[in-house]
Ligand binder design. Structure first.
Ligand code: ADP
Ligand code: NI
Length: 217
């Protein structure tokens, strides 16, 4: 099967699987991440086929929706790519990216081994930031029945993926536990520039949220 055919089939597969998903991990998240990743990939001279496949498949079976099972994402992607008869080195590279891409807690490093991985991670993280990032955070919080904010529950710096995965704090804490940390963890120059812009907008938003909460605005 040629590359274009593999990409078209993968797009159709992912789209039918994630269409209408309600926690901010829907098809349009994948669509945005794919487009951003391809833009970054051109700048970084990364392999476009690997980047596009990994971006399309990166949330195909997320640990967040499968009782914390970290293996299910790469395993589901592998099964699909084997079915398409994609070459083994490509499958391995794509599945390694999917296994490594996620944020795993404030105190946990998540290095990417290849330029293709760096680009996909930056694109996924950019979609967690800015106006869209805010919308996704509250959509996810609602889906998980989290409170918007609770002044009696402080944010926690998670020291392990286990701690991070089992956290049930209010959504506003997620800004301190993950979203505000991302701009300093970007892999590419373009990613960092875009992240800074989105970071400032989110800061302004959270400042207003807290001012309104306190009745100061
Ligand atoms: P990652 O694999 O790094 O977690 P995803 O693409 O799966 O990235 O999506 C992560 C997004 O899911 C977050 O940026 C946020 O919008 C939402 N999310 C995850 N955990 C939480 C949480 N505890 N509270 C609010 N939103 C969350
Ligand atoms: Ni994602």
């Amino acid at each position: 099967m040629n590359k274009n055919e593999a990409l078209t089939k993968t797009e159709t597969y992912v789209r039918q699987k994630l269409e209408g998903e309600g926690s901010g991990h829907d098809w349009w998240h994948i669509h945005r991440v794919r487009n951003t990743a391809l833009k970054l990939a051109e700048k970084e001279q990364a392999d476009l086929f690997i980047v596009e496949l990994a971006a399309l498949l990166h949330d195909i079976a997320d640990h967040k929706f499968h009782e914390g099972d970290e293996k299910i994402g790469p395993a589901t992607a592998r099964k699909w790519l084997e079915h398409l008869d994609v070459r083994e080195p490509v499958i391995k590279h794509v599945c390694d990216i999917i296994g490594d891409v996620s944020f795993k807690g404030a105190e946990v490093e998540t290095p990417m081994k290849t330029v293709e991985g760096k680009v996909v991670q930056d694109a996924d993280r950019l979609d967690a930031l800015g106006a869209i990032g805010i919308a996704r955070a509250f959509a996810y919080g609602g889906y998980k029945e989290r409170e918007l904010y609770n002044p009696e529950v402080s944010p926690e710096p998670h020291h392990s993926f286990e701690e991070y995965k089992s956290s049930i704090g209010p959504t506003l804490n997620h800004f301190y536990e993950k979203l505000f940390l991302l701009k300093d963890r970007m892999n590419t120059d373009t990613g960092r520039r875009l992240a800074e812009k989105r970071h400032h907008f989110m800061k302004e938003y959270v400042n207003r949220f807290l001012a309104e909460w306190k009745g100061n605005d």
